[in-house]
Ligand binder design. Structure first.
Ligand code: 5AD
Ligand code: SF4
Length: 449
């Protein structure tokens, strides 16, 4: 779909800005690789990029408004006085949800590309250079991954999207609309991409999906496998040290996946399993199809096979109709579980979702107050979890240098950030004795072998 505008020169540099979830981070990396394969180089820090890709998030309020103010800022800050203007592309879930609207509202935007269509960026750039604005929000199943260039250089911890989309239709959530129906990437493609990532330097892979534990496929022998089968196959790769996966839905927490936590040494003792609320009535109106008791029963099963598992979750406060007593049930659940870390959000009505028009929308000040209380409880839980690590030894995957001379930063098996000083290098797995458990991280000392 083309619209006339003055033609411009082909971009030589790009910047991709990703917002929101880890799946967007993954998509942002793949877009960067794609642009790199077209001979476009990453813009140096502090320098204007010829092409800016805003890889947007639509899950909560103001995300779309933020995109418009970002566009305004890019245009305003454009430092070249040669009459040129930046090529701006809007990608991600805001692009999917509001494609035509963005084109109408923001003339500076030359390309709008949805999460399933970004493999078409090179053609869209050519169109834009020729003076035609383009929107592509098609959702063809599975064409994008095959059309992307192979992975080249990655850090010690890399993301691998294995599944996209969601069929759960929680009543507050836009994901089923912006990311579409659940699809699983084929087993062979994933093994091949994992091999490339490991060859390129990854020692840890985090398997990503909106409903990652709903992943299903067929292994090399034609047998049906679930996520646990994929994890077991990846664990066979000698140079791969750690495997993680996120985000899971309680209803897809199979016995096989729970057993993998006991049996696969490379599968890290961490489970992100959102519950959203501790009230069964709220969970019903959210269409969550689990109760607080069934959720807790799953955690018990996982803990039975992997007692040291670190637990994480997502919460929404102020869902329409949530009473003070129902919110108190959420606080009680937090107390019961003893989370290692969590994400918590104020309910945000998303246009087009059933909850947006439900009775009993909660006043902002009530939401604020509930979020504060919940976050105080979650922070205390996280701090207690970190303090329980003090005096213990753990293996740390070194990810980057710290701010201080000789300091390194990495992750414990339980996804805690750990800083320590001593001889190390990025990508090393080192033994650290934990000496400090802070609210957000651990401090420790390298144990010399
Ligand atoms: N309002 C607030 N939080 C939301 N989430 C999803 N949709 C909304 C919404 N409309 C949260 C859920 C989900 C996480 C990714 O974002 O907690 O698990
Ligand atoms: Fe959204 Fe629910 Fe699907 Fe998660 S499970 S992506 S919250 S609809």
């Amino acid at each position: 779909m083309g619209r006339a505008m003055p033609s411009t020169t082909a971009p030589r540099t790009y910047r991709v800005k990703s917002f929101g979830c880890q799946m967007n981070v993954y998509d942002g990396e793949r877009m960067a690789e794609l642009l790199g394969s077209q001979g476009i180089a990453p813009a140096a820090e502090g320098e204007d990029a010829d092409l800016v890709v805003l890889n947007t998030c639509h899950i909560r309020e103001k995300a779309a408004e933020k995109v418009y103010s970002d566009i305004g800022r890019i245009v305003k800050d454009w430092g070249r006085d040669d009459g040129s203007s930046p090529l701006i592309a809007v990608a991600g879930c805001v692009a999917q949800a509001e494609g035509e609207e963005i084109m109408a509202r923001a003339p500076a935007v030359k390309m709008v590309v949805g999460p399933q269509a970004y493999h078409r960026l090179p053609e869209m750039i050519a169109e834009a250079v020729a003076g035609r604005r383009a929107v592509d929000t098609d959702m063809p199943a599975q064409t994008k991954f095959g059309a992307l260039p192979a992975r080249r250089k990655v850090g010690p911890s890399a993301f691998l999207t294995v599944q996209e989309g969601c069929d759960k239709f929680c009543t507050y959530c836009v994901v089923p609309y912006t990311r579409g129906a659940e699809i699983s990437r084929p087993y062979a493609d994933l093994i091949a991409e994992a091999e490339r990532l490991v060859e390129a330097g990854a020692r840890e892979l985090t398997l990503l999906g909106q409903n990652v534990n709903a992943w299903s496929g067929e292994d090399g022998k034609g047998r049906a496998v679930g996520l646990d089968g994929l994890i077991r196959a990846l664990a066979e790769m000698p140079a791969l040290a750690r495997i993680r996966y996120t985000t899971s839905h309680p209803n897809d927490m199979t016995g096989g996946l729970i057993a993998a936590h006991a049996e696969v040494e490379k599968l890290m003792p961490f489970l992100h399993l959102p519950v959203q609320s501790g009230s069964d009535r709220v969970l019903r109106t959210m269409n969550r199809s689990h109760t607080s008791a069934s959720y807790l029963a799953i955690l018990d099963k996982v803990r039975a096979v992997r007692p040291d598992i670190a637990l994480s979750g997502d919460f929404i406060v102020g869902f329409p109709g949530e009473t003070e007593a129902e919110f108190a049930e959420t606080l009680r659940l937090v107390e019961q579980v003893g989370y290692a870390q969590c994400f918590s959000f104020k309910y945000s009505p998303r246009p087009g979702t059933p909850a947006a028009t439900m009775d009993g929308q909660i006043a902002p000040e009530v939401m604020d107050e509930r979020l504060q209380r919940l976050q105080a409880a979650l922070n205390a839980s996280q701090h207690a979890f970190n303090q329980a690590s003090v005096g213990k030894r753990c293996t740390v995957l070194v990810e980057r240098k710290g701010k201080l001379e000789g300091q390194w930063l990495g992750k414990s098996p339980w996804l805690q950030s750990v800083h320590f000083t001593g001889e190390a290098a990025i990508g090393d797995l080192v033994e650290v004795e934990v000496t400090m458990g802070g609210p957000n991280s651990l401090g420790g000392q390298l144990i010399l072998a």
